[in-house]
Ligand binder design. Structure first.
Ligand code: MG
Length: 372
C-alpha cells in the first residue's frame, strides 16, 4: 500500500521511514500546487476562523442502516490493516479503537470509491498540548483526502487545520466541537476523483461534511490530495486487487484519539445512462393530412380534457398544463420529447383521430374526441 499524506514536522522523519512516499510525486508537486490554490497560503493564521456553534444534544451512537458496511462495531479490528497490509497495530479498549505509540495509520481492509461515511471520535478527556498537537488525528478518504480530527474546543490553530477542515485547504463553515473526551460524529459524503483512460483527471474529489449534525463542508473540491505544507497534484492511484477503490485511513498523529461506530455506505454512480434505443427512437415524417387528423380536443375518461395542437410547425399534447412536444414514431404512435410517455391514437377511415390512449408514469388514461 502506498500512502501520500504528510503531517507534523516532528513526525516527518518517522512518516518518511514508515510510509512509502512517492518521491517523484513530491518532486513535481511544487510546480503543480503553485497553479492550484484556494487563494490562501496553507496554514495562514490570518485566515478567518469559522464561528463557534454549540451542537445540539447528542444522540450518538448513530446505528448503521441496513446496507452499511460496518468497519468497527466496538469489538474487533478485523476490518483494519496497517500500511503494509498486515493487522492494524491499534488497540480496542472500552468499545473504542485507538492508535498505540508508533502504531502507524489504520487502513480499512476494504476499499471504497463514492461513499457515505459515518465515524465517531473523541479526543483525550484531559487535553494535552495546543494547536495541532492537541487531539490530532484524521480520516482520509481513499487514503488521500483528510477530514481533520482535532480537539478544536477552546484550541486555536490555523483555520485550514481545525476539526472538520479539509486539511490544509478548506476550513469548516463552523466550529461545532464538543468538549474533550465527548463523542463527536462526522458524516461525510465523498465522491472520489475520476480519471480518464490516459490517467488525466476527469473530475476532482468532492466532500460534504456534517460535524455533530451541522453541515460544515459543502461539496468542496480538494485541489489534490491533502498534505502538510503543500497539497499534492491529483494522480491516479491504483490497487490491483480493487480497481478504482482505495482504503479509508485513520491517522496516528501520536495522540490517543478514540474511534467507534464506523460504517460506510457505498454510493451508486451519480448518473446512469438511459437506454439509447428508448431515447433515440425512429422518428417519422407525417403528411399534412395526418397532422390535421390529430388536432383538436379529446374528452378524458373520468373528467377533464386533452388537446393536440400545432405551434411553430411542431405538434404538442396538453393535459391543460404545459405543452408536451410530440415525437411521431408512426402516424398513430407518439412519444414525448422530455417525458417518458406514450400516446396512441385510433383514426377513422378518413384519418381523423377518434380516441387516444395515454400511458405515463405507470398509469393509462383514455380520451374520446369531443363532438363539435
Ligand atoms: Mg490530522
Amino acid at each position: 500500500m502506498r500512502i501520500y499524506c504528510l503531517q507534523k514536522p516532528k513526525l516527518l522523519a518517522m512518516i518518511f521511514q514508515t510510509l512509502c512516499i512517492d518521491l517523484t510525486l513530491l518532486a513535481i508537486s511544487e510546480h503543480a500546487s503553485a497553479q492550484l490554490s484556494t487563494g490562501w497560503k496553507q496554514h495562514d493564521m490570518n485566515r478567518p476562523l469559522p464561528p463557534t456553534v454549540q451542537p445540539g444534544e447528542s444522540h450518538l451512537p448513530t446505528p448503521p442502516p441496513s446496507d452499511a458496511v460496518v468497519l468497527f462495531d466496538g469489538k474487533s479490528l478485523d476490518a483494519w490493516r496497517n500500511s503494509d497490509g498486515g493487522p492494524a497495530k491499534w488497540i480496542v479498549r472500552d468499545g473504542a479503537m485507538e492508535p498505540v505509540n508508533g502504531g502507524g495509520y489504520a487502513y480499512s481492509a476494504q476499499g471504497f470509491e463514492d461513499c457515505q461515511l459515518h465515524i465517531e471520535w473523541a479526543s483525550p478527556e484531559v487535553p494535552k498540548g495546543k494547536s495541532q498537537n492537541r487531539g490530532n488525528s484524521g480520516v482520509f478518504l481513499q487514503s488521500q483526502f483528510e477530514v481533520q480530527i482535532l480537539d478544536s474546543f477552546d484550541n486555536v490553530t490555523y483555520a485550514d487545520g481545525q476539526a472538520a477542515s479539509i486539511y490544509g485547504q478548506y476550513p469548516p463553515m463552523a466550529n461545532v466541537s464538543r468538549k474533550p473526551g465527548q463523542w463527536q460524529a462526522f458524516d461525510i459524503l465523498f465522491r472520489a476523483p475520476k480519471y480518464n483512460d490516459d490517467g488525466t483527471l476527469s473530475s476532482p474529489a468532492r466532500l460534504t461534511v456534517m460535524h455533530n449534525g451541522v453541515f460544515v463542508q459543502d461539496n468542496v473540491k480538494p485541489l489534490g490530495p491533502t498534505s502538510w505544507l503543500q497539497h499534492h497534484p491529483y494522480a491516479k492511484r491504483t490497487d490491483t486487487n480493487r480497481p478504482g477503490k482505495l482504503p479509508i485511513g485513520l491517522q496516528d498523529h501520536g495522540n490517543p484519539v478514540r474511534f467507534r461506530n464506523i460504517w460506510v455506505r457505498e454510493l451508486p454512480p451519480e448518473t446512469i445512462e438511459p437506454p439509447k434505443e428508448a431515447y433515440d427512437p425512429v422518428i417519422v415524417e407525417l403528411t399534412e393530412s395526418q397532422i390535421e387528423g390529430l388536432l383538436g380536443k379529446f374528452q378524458r375518461e373520468g373528467g377533464g380534457n386533452y388537446e393536440v395542437l400545432r405551434k411553430d410547425n411542431k405538434l404538442y399534447f396538453t393535459l391543460g398544463g404545459p405543452l408536451l412536444e410530440m415525437i411521431p414514431h408512426s402516424p398513430t404512435e407518439f412519444g414525448l420529447r422530455y417525458t417518458a410517455g406514450l400516446l396512441e391514437f385510433q383514426r377513422n377511415s378518413a384519418g381523423q383521430a377518434q380516441s387516444l390512449r395515454f400511458e405515463m408514469g405507470g398509469s393509462l388514461s383514455k380520451g374520446q374526441r369531443e363532438t363539435p
